[in-house]
Design a protein around this ligand. Sequence first.
Ligand code: ADP
Length: 508
Amino acid sequence: LTSSQTSPGLHVVHIAAEMAPVAKVGGLGDVVAGLGKALQKKGHLVEIVIPKYDCMQYDLVRDLRALDVVLESYFDGRLFKSKVWVGTVEGLPVYFIEPLHPDRFFWRGQFYGERDDFKRFSFFSRAALELLLQSGKKPDIIHCHDWQTAFVAPLYWDLYAPKGLNSARICFTCHNFEYQGTAPASELGSCGLDVNQLKRPDRMQDNSSHDRINAVKGAVVFSNIVTTVSPTYAQEVRTAEGGHGLHSTLNFHSKKFIGILNGIDADAWNPATDTHLKVQYNANDLQGKAENKEDIRRNLGLSSADVRRPLVGCITRLVPQKGVHLIRHAIYRTLELGGQFVLLGSSPVHHIQREFEGIANHFENHDHIRLILKYDDSLSHSIFAASDMFIIPSIFEPCGLTQMIAMRYGSIPIVRKTGGLNDSVFDVDDDTIPVQFRNGYSFLSADERGVNGALERAFDLYTSKPDSWQQLVEKVMNMDFSWDSSASQYEELYSKSVARARAAAHTQ
Ligand code: ADP
């Protein structure tokens, strides 16, 4: 296997289930790639380990080749072989693990949603550590993400540190505490973890179903650093209402737990260079934005009769977390207020998908409303560019990326004040916030009145004070939501943790 280089910076290995753009379902994929690139730019050696899915975008991997060594890792009482591939994605070195297991774990045509997900990803977590051990790598930080690779933390301390892979501190980032990876306790044994030792209230036992184990809880207990994706969400999950059952565990481990706001990839999301757009534009040339609005109206069959009619955009997974009933309400309220609405979204929840198909059909040839119920990256760029306002009425939102992308494209966010939305969108009418930070509209109560209030205030400024609106658009386009400052915070956490470990080793 390839050997590690020595570099003056830190050696960071991310073990994850997603990486944009080759294997992306949501924000997790964006973070692994965005944070990885930002840390690499700062001079650290960053490597990524992900599964080799059959449904990846192989055309976006450079120089993909199989290593000539076969990896052997333990599962269900015996050793299984895995093939290991290496390639470069967005300038980052990536290892792809292809298990040669009869269940063909990553040959399913989709990333998640399989009945044996717990098995698939506990196998992967162990194989990834085996790869680091067998290749003789000595990382300073192993950074795992979400429940799919949460197994890395207990596996590292219980099995791999004793085997000699002991140079690293473990960092775990939870991107959404709604998904915790719970299973009957016996299933934990497959990857070699000791169920009897771990099924305890202070270790991996689920806090509400005591005969189950909880992978995210295990990572919180066993990692050196635990992060989530915004400061407000970090506070929310420490309360009984917001903690999805893990608030007591997070409070117990609060010293190592912190919220850091995600950034966005400022190269991938840049209206001045975006090749998906009809016309590129920037904050000093908003005529280009108007042309994108005209273009999407034509393509989607919306009326172009009134150039000034505001266009409200919404791009989202349609799941209860996102406030689907409030999104539905916003469509109707926008129409009443004289605006146009474009929704791009798809739902893994059957009855929600059906409900929105009903609304889409109802408005099929409507002059002002269009619902496109699928995942379409290219169309998402066009909608960010075309829209004047962007609505995100989430019930909870760990970080949220679309409010930041919308601002970069000059679309004013209208959001519910929760999680990362509360840390990135500041109401233009909130006198307690310094003027230079105010950049959108927010509301607190998760109901129709809340949506109405914010939407009406936005429409009012748009129609009655076009100059102020344009100044607001220019201002939000110039705000910095890149990874720079967030990556510095991770860098500091990593460095402090590594320094503490070294100091402790010296005193022993
Ligand atoms: P989450 O991770 O909860 O889905 P985020 O706001 O953190 O929400 O990230 C969502 C990402 O997925 C954004 O980059 C957004 O543009 C993209 N996205 C969501 N739905 C769609 C869709 N139907 N088509 C294209 N992109 C989408």
